[in-house]
Design a protein around this ligand. Structure first.
Ligand code: PGA
Ligand code: ZN
Length: 409
């Protein structure tokens, strides 16, 4: 038995200096701990976080009372209890931040009771591989006060042979990108996820600069290091049009579609997230029909980690963020549903993060082939990349990456 003998939450602080919820689930002799992250460009369909102090009280009151005596090893039963007790479709009674912290803390507690690292506890005896890192180089959108409209300019390394090698290469590209900005005389700072604060005259200039940084670092754009975008288009969609504030123009969905198609021809882009607004399904469908065979098209705000929303006609890949749906069990159900539908997945952090590294273990333990946790600076990001290095070492260190070349051919 691994009965829960206590549940406790406290208010801690995230990477934006905002309060959040840390939960502990205590068994006899061991405990598990997890912290809820927070988004800035949240999807309308996400589970709702409550004020941290209210969420903490909900954990220490009704959630604790409900979970005392429950066997922590049965994650689905624990999560079902949390869902039923909350009773709302969006977790707004207890708060998604309260629920996700407890759900993840329970998972950590059962791994600790089994005396196994979390990734191994999840994988069982299955062989696992390291996920391909997707790393932000410039931050924009809601994470940089709208300094550019595109939210994330990221890179992946189809040519790297391991997780560690991907990070080596990305470090070079990240520093080359900073050096290029400094050379232009731009003020060097970083956005919410640690990517360079953008200083571009157009959204497209960010792409050209990123290709320049990849070359400056000594890599071949496309073959060694390729580009991924998170457009987060819901953020600049108003009245049926897409408003590119940086360029002082607004586009119809058809015009934005044409712009992306031109970018796909001109730049080594292998992945594009939320290219249209979360409720502009018509535009998503048209884009996936036109480009889905040649590029990864990712639904974040579009699918909000909700198995019931997955539709491969809208996007071929789903972003998995546990706090978007609220529990470990529902996050895994979304990944299972994606596999049933022939879709890919990426485990992702939020723009408001902490030292919590649970998601790295989820990616490895669930065999999700890609991981996106922000940029290559700020310790809430580096804690996760570094945890990946520890896991890769435990796995034996080589040829352990998912074949990125196959993912991004
Ligand atoms: P968010 O951004 O955490 O602010 O929602 C991350 C993302 O859009 O992927
Ligand atoms: Zn996103």
């Amino acid at each position: 038995m691994a009965r829960i003998v206590d549940v406790h939450a406290r208010r801690v602080w995230d990477s934006r200096g905002r309060p959040t919820v840390e939960a502990e689930v205590i068994l006899k002799g061991v405990r598990g701990r997890a912290i809820a992250p927070a988004g800035a460009s949240t999807g309308a369909g996400e589970a709702k976080a409550l004020a941290a102090d209210v969420a903490v009280r909900n954990v220490n009151g009704p959630i604790r009372a409900a979970l005392l005596g429950v066997d922590a090893r049965f994650q689905d039963a624990v999560d079902a209890k949390l869902i039923a007790l909350d009773g709302t479709p969006d977790k707004s009674r207890f708060g998604a931040n309260a629920i996700v912290a407890v759900s993840l803390a329970c998972l950590h507690a059962s791994a600790a009771a089994a005396k196994r690292p979390l990734w191994r506890h999840l994988a069982g005896e299955r062989r696992v591989a390291m996920p391909v890192p997707q790393v932000q180089i410039y931050g924009g959108g809601a994470h940089a006060r709208g300094r550019v409209d595109i939210q994330d300019y990221l890179v992946v390394c189809p040519g790297a042979g391991s997780f560690a090698e991907s990070l080596e290469w990305i470090a070079e590209v990240y520093h080359a990108a900073g050096a290029r900005l400094a050379k232009k005389g731009a003020q060097l700072g970083v956005a919410d996820e640690g990517g360079w604060w953008p200083s571009f005259k157009s959204n497209e200039e960010g792409l050209a600069e990123l290709v320049g940084a990849i070359s400056d670092a000594g890599f071949e754009p496309g073959a060694d290091v390729a580009i991924a975008l998170d457009v987060a288009a819901t953020q600049f969609y108003r009245g049926g049009r897409y408003h590119l504030a940086l360029e002082n123009r607004s586009l119809t969905a058809e015009q934005l579609h044409a712009m992306f198609m031109r970018w796909l021809d001109a730049y080594p882009i292998v992945s594009i997230e939320d290219p249209f607004a979360e409720d502009d399904h018509e535009a998503m469908r048209a884009f996936t029909r036109a480009a889905g065979a040649r590029v990864q098209i990712v639904g974040d705000d579009l699918f909000v980690t909700d198995a019931a929303r997955l539709d491969p006609e809208l996007a071929n890949t789903v972003l998995l963020k546990p706090n978007q749906i609220g529990t470990v069990t529902e996050t895994l159900a979304c990944w299972d549903a994606a596999q049933d539908k022939g879709m890919r997945a990426i485990v992702s952090a939020r723009s408001g993060e902490t030292e919590d590294v649970s998601i790295v273990h989820l990616a490895v333990g669930w065999s999700v082939a890609q991981l996106k946790v922000g940029s290559f600076s700020r310790s809430e990001r580096m804690a996760k990349w570094n945890e990946g290095l520890r896991i890769e070492e435990a796995l034996g260190g080589k040829a352990l990456l998912y074949p990125a070349r196959k993912l991004f051919k």
